[in-house]
Design a protein around this ligand. Structure first.
Ligand SMILES: N[C@@H](CCC(=O)N[C@@H](CS)C(=O)NCC(=O)O)C(=O)O
Length: 220
């Protein structure tokens, strides 16, 4: 039996998990969630898979269930540590590991705020019937993302990746929303910063992401 991912090809958080599965060379089965019929909000889905009624969810071959894309990615990385790309520093490397955890927080706290905010205002809000994009909020999120990438530029002028000179999960976590905001037309926020642009182009050029992107993009 292989790992099952309950999710939807082409949606951001499922993309985050699939990227890591490809990096680690781990076979998986995608169990498509019937989004249109709100399967993710059904009583059974909430009871057995995700208490908040969201995707993705990992179901391991022993029945272990895990939700939250970044936690799933860390689980896969740890379980298949020696396989595929090495994506975390050794835990014995105290400072290297701490810098990796710090980089994970940069993505989750600073980058995601602006990037998700832009995705929400420009795409998700309308789809959820929550109204039209609010120009003030769009400008606020764009400024927040710009501020974050200005800091990234300083970091990436001193090291190749956010946690050091080796690629980690923290870098890859940026791909789905980074690509989405670029596709929405916010490319200049990245391209104004040469080290950021080089770093992000390198991430998008990885085989793992090319594979995930080949499924197409779907806006939930
Ligand atoms: N922080 C969660 C977010 C999960 C999430 O919001 N997933 C979206 C799809 S990308 C979803 O299920 N949305 C349905 C909803 O919000 O009702 C993760 O990283 O897994």
């Amino acid at each position: 039996m292989v790992i099952k991912i309950h999710g939807i090809h082409g949606t951001t958080c499922t993309q985050r998990v699939l990227t890591i599965l490809y990096e680690k060379d781990v076979p998986y089965e995608l169990i498509p969630v019937d989004w249109r019929n709100m399967e993710h909000k059904s009583e059974d889905f909430i009871k057995y898979f995700h208490p908040f009624g969201r995707v993705p969810v990992l179901e391991d071959d022993d029945g272990f269930i895990l939700f939250e894309s970044r936690a799933i990615a860390k689980y896969i990385d740890k379980k298949y540590g020696a396989q595929g790309t090495k994506l975390t520093p050794d835990e014995g490397d105290l400072k290297g590991y701490a810098l990796y955890e710090q980089a994970c927080m940069l993505e989750n706290i600073y980058f995601d705020k602006g990037a998700f905010g832009l995705a929400w205002e420009n795409v998700f809000k309308r789809q959820k019937g929550d109204g039209e994009p609010d120009g003030v909020m769009v400008a606020k999120h764009a400024a927040q993302l710009d501020e974050t990438l200005a800091v990234y530029e300083r970091i990436l002028s001193e090291r190749k990746y956010l946690a050091g000179d080796e690629l980690t999960l923290a870098d890859l976590f940026h791909l789905p929303y980074g690509v989405m905001v670029r596709d929405l037309g916010y490319t200049s926020i990245f391209e104004d910063y040469p080290h950021v642009a080089k770093w992000f182009d390198g991430l998008m050029a990885r085989e793992s992401w090319k594979q995930v992107a080949s499924f197409g993009f779907r806006k939930p």
